[in-house]
Write a protein that binds this ligand. Structure first.
Ligand SMILES: [Zn+2]
Ligand SMILES: [Zn+2]
Length: 377
């Protein structure tokens, strides 16, 4: 049901055999890209080649891309975006593409007040996403050059306010709510505020709960009229004299939705992640080992312990570690540190590598597939 392809687990810069951030999630309604650091499209092409060669049961069709979710504007999460959206155009994309990312209160108000040509104050970090979106638009990220429309959308996550930059008219339009990928009815995406040196958020991609099925046979056996059955199936109890037929008892149990949360970069503990609805899978950064806690605090990143803390606080079902600094030569150490500090708590974890996959089935079963030379294991 959800199949996450992790295409880079390095923090800040490529190291050893790790690339910078970027993932693709396959859902029943289309693909979701979460961050696209340097070389993203090459890594995606490589992954697709590997699927074609070794996994006949799966496909990643880039034409099915529904939305790109950016966690923040640091280049290791965004530098691969522009070349990729240009390639999508060369591949003949016609469908509108939604791109969502976080911005600050200052930029949000500035854009609403002064419009597209708002003079960004010098103290705003270079990694501000509006700066980048503006450059990308100027460098061809507009309908007239791409032949498909990009909806460039920025959100001020704490106040849940959203605006769209119309790349063609250069208008700034405030939206009444966060947009969802076009045509989606079964799944949704939502941001969770995180703590980093620039405006940042995690992204939850979730399937909606499905109501239980109406039990027609039971209704027939109860001798209910067509009208009464209609009433029951719409959720309203039927009262007949002394007897009440409860709508709920004519419906099988509803099916809970599933979700995967991808943290982006964040310090820990992080209120947003700690207090969020439990996720089936929390993919969490762990840039540093515990011995570099001072560095994690300085750069507003997490250690292995921080990742564990956010996962336990949120009561998520599974923790997947990613985004390792080049200092971590062996990611097994990161996994061991988490396990050593579990203190008897039950939380399955894994350490991700480039090309690994994480899957959640319809029934909520979670699998970590490790990329091998001849497929996944
Ligand atoms: Zn990063
Ligand atoms: Zn960052």
């Amino acid at each position: 049901m959800f199949d996450l392809h992790v295409l880079g687990v390095a923090s800040a810069r490529p190291s050893h055999d790790r690339n910078v951030s970027g993932s693709i999630l396959k859902t029943s309604e289309g693909l979701v890209c979460i961050d696209a650091g340097e070389g993203f499209q090459n890594r995606l092409a490589e992954q697709r080649k590997h699927i074609k060669a070794f996994d006949s049961t799966s496909r990643l069709r880039v034409s099915k891309l529904s939305v790109i979710l950016l966690t923040h504007g640091h280049m290791d999460h965004t530098w691969g975006l522009l070349p990729w959206i240009k390639s999508l155009s060369l591949e003949g994309r016609m469908d509108e593409l939604l791109i969502l990312g976080p911005t600050s209160e200052t930029i949000f108000s500035g854009l609403l007040n002064d419009g597209y040509d708002y003079d960004i104050p010098d103290e705003i970090p270079t990694a501000e996403l509006f700066r980048q979106m503006k450059h990308w638009i100027d460098m061809g990220g507009k309908t007239s050059e791409l032949n498909y429309k990009i909806r460039w959308v920025l959100g001020e996550i704490h106040s849940n306010r959203w605006l769209e930059i119309d790349s063609d008219s250069k208008q700034i339009i405030e939206l009444d709510k966060q947009p969802q990928p076009s045509g989606w009815t079964q799944n949704f995406v939502e941001p969770i505020a995180t703590v980093h040196s620039v405006p940042s958020c995690a992204w939850r991609i979730a399937s909606k709960s499905k109501p239980g099925k109406f039990d027609r046979v039971k209704a027939d056996n109860a001798g209910l009229s067509v009208e009464e059955k209609k009433q029951l199936s719409s959720g309203i109890d039927v009262v007949r004299g002394e007897t009440t037929f409860e709508a709920q008892s004519f419906r099988s149990q509803s099916k809970k939705g599933h979700s995967i949360v991808i943290s982006g970069d964040t310090a820990a503990p992080c209120k947003g992640l700690s207090e969020m609805e439990p996720a089936d899978i929390l993919v969490h950064e762990c840039t540093f080992l515990v011995e570099n806690t001072d560095k994690a605090d300085e750069y507003l990143h997490s250690t292995t312990l921080g990742a564990l803390e956010n996962a336990l606080n949120s009561k998520s079902r599974f923790l997947a570690l990613t985004h390792y600094s080049a200092r971590i030569d062996d990611i097994g150490k990161a996994g061991s540190e988490v396990i050593q500090n579990m203190e008897g708590k039950e939380l399955p974890i894994c350490t991700l590598n480039d090309g690994d996959r994480l899957q959640i089935s319809e029934d909520g079963d979670i699998r970590h597939l490790v990329k091998k030379d001849n497929g996944w294991q």
